[in-house]
Write a protein that binds this ligand. Structure first.
Ligand code: ADP
Ligand code: ASP
Ligand code: MG
Length: 471
């Protein structure tokens, strides 16, 4: 028995045309697989609009969320009228969408009254895009004669109560998935499940973080022990660089779980970083494919890579970062400074993206998202108060507007001279590398550069390490 999980991203269901292509893909593959589970994102742009509605409402604005509500309802109306021809099915769907979208002004009014971005309500609002889309897609499949059922992941994925960035409780999720989806699949129904969302044990809606539909699909694929996971998106696979930066970025035919985890962690938006681990545990292959060119093979992610070990698989960039430095001659040889630094950072709940320490031990540098840097500096100043007053630490400061550019591939570990080529290319391009770190897995090497240099750095590294490696 062959079981497949497939997920459609925002652009893959971002228009009437895209919805039709996506439904055709399901129709085609339903004859090739015994069981299929579909996971859907919100239509592209919808989650952004919902978050804007909720945020502006929490700041006291009573108008924007209403405009966004009207715009989204009109958009769904147009899409449904184009897609669903049978009047009864169409009206039923329109009514279901209307009552769902009524939650938008309700929750926004509550946010406005509260006057802050209450995470519970932010999640209720943000969930509406996926919840609408699952209904539309299931109705479309039904119209094509494919028996399907729209399922809210609140019935399946049990999470902790970290609203806006919740983590699944896998055992509870596993049994819910088996109970709810098992019988549907056994009777030949294709469940169309909302990506991005889950619910606490108490039943409150949570979201898994932006871009989290990939993660939802991975959680379901693991719980169902599917044979493969296919992520349908708007590019031909995991490319050697962001195609918006590098025109001639190439498709990777194969990547290992570790390589893609590293690419995703360091900014390749095409796969959410949390997607990999659940699948790597069970060695479930992931394919990244293009909804708009469905005959193209795409990228296969699995445990082993092919014979192209030794090559560089991608260059990525993460933006809007700050490089924080703690500096002082009194730090030399003093035990515990690094531990205290990072526990102070941890107390703020901010995660550090990269660390680099000069061998002189007179400074520690690390990178955090810019919108957290003042919070982190305050925590550090408090922790190091006595060192600062004694002058053992001269200063704690932040360099804003920096970008981490990362080179990923097993080649970093296996090919002599790669580091020299990386720094050669950066030097030739006249770019200053402000800090450097090698990933613990030794398959990535990161440079911190100024924002203005970031795209130039990615292009130069791509030209040196990828284009010039072509036969
Ligand atoms: P989806 O909505 O299907 O999840 P996303 O917008 O989240 O799609 O991710 C796909 C986009 O990621 C692509 O359109 C591309 O612009 C961007 N991207 C960034 N880096 C890469 C990369 N290395 N390979 C492929 N796409 C990338
Ligand atoms: N719709 C959600 C977002 O825009 C989740 C996703 O697309 O994966 O973040
Ligand atoms: Mg995505």
């Amino acid at each position: 028995m062959k079981r497949l999980t497939m997920k459609f991203g925002g652009t893959s269901i971002g228009s009437v045309h895209a919805f039709r292509l996506a439904a055709d893909i399901v129709a085609r593959d339903s004859s090739r697989w015994d069981q299929i589970v579909v996971v859907v994102s919100a239509m592209s742009g919808v989650t952004d609009a919902l978050v804007e509605a909720a945020s502006t409402a929490s700041e006291g604005d009573d108008k924007t969320h209403r405009q966004i509500h009207d715009r989204l309802v009109a958009k769904y109306g147009e899409v449904v009228r184009e897609l669903i021809k049978e009047p009864e099915a169409r009206n039923e769907l329109l009514l279901a969408l209307k009552s769902l979208m009524d939650k938008l002004p309700q929750s926004c009014s509550e946010l406005r009254r509260l006057g802050h971005r209450d995470p519970r309500r932010m999640d209720i609002v943000a969930s509406l895009g996926e919840r609408s889309c699952a209904r539309i897609f299931a109705a479309l499949l039904d119209q094509q004669g494919i028996s399907s059922a729209a399922i809210e992941a609140t019935e399946l994925i049990v999470t902790d109560d970290q609203f806006q960035n919740a983590l699944p409780k896998m055992e509870l999720t596993q049994s819910k998935v088996a109970d709810r989806l098992g019988p549907l699949l056994a009777s030949g129904v294709i469940p169309v499940v909302t990506g991005f969302i889950g619910a606490t044990e108490q039943g409150e809606i949570t979201t898994l973080g932006r871009g989290g539909s990939d993660y939802s699909a991975a959680i379901l694929a693991k719980c169902l022990d599917t044979d493969e996971l296919w992520l349908w998106t708007d590019v031909n696979g995991v490319l050697t660089a962001d195609p918006r930066i590098v025109d001639d970025a190439q498709v990777n035919e194969f990547l290992s779980y570790r390589e893609v985890a590293e690419l995703a962690y360091f900014g390749a938006k095409v796969v959410h970083p949390k997607t990999i681990q659940p699948l790597a545990e069970r060695e479930i292959p992931i394919w990244v494919k293009n909804t708009f060119a469905s005959a193209v093979q795409g990228t296969c992610i699995r445990r082993q890579t092919d014979g192209s070990n030794g090559t560089i698989k991608g260059i990525t960039a993460i933006r809007d970062l700050s490089l924080l430095t703690i500096e002082g001659r009194g730090m030399l040889g003093v035990p515990g400074i690094a531990a205290r630094t990072f526990s102070a950072v941890a107390s703020t709940g901010v995660s550090v993206l990269m660390i680099s320490q000069a061998s002189s031990e007179q400074s520690i540098c690390f990178v955090v998202p810019s919108d957290t840097s003042s919070r982190v500096i305050s925590a550090l100043e408090e922790e190091m108060e006595s060192e600062l007053s004694r002058g053992d630490i001269d200063k704690i400061w932040s360099l804003d507007h920096v970008v981490i550019v990362t080179v990923v591939g097993v080649g970093i570990r296996e090919t002599p001279g790669i580091a020299a080529r990386i720094f050669g290319a950066i030097g030739k391009a006249n770019i200053n590398a402000i800090a450097i770190a090698q990933g613990s897995s030794e398959i990535s090497l990161s440079l911190v550069v100024e924002k203005a240099d970031a795209n130039h750095a990615v292009r130069s590294l791509h030209a040196e390490l990828i284009n010039s490696a072509q036969p």
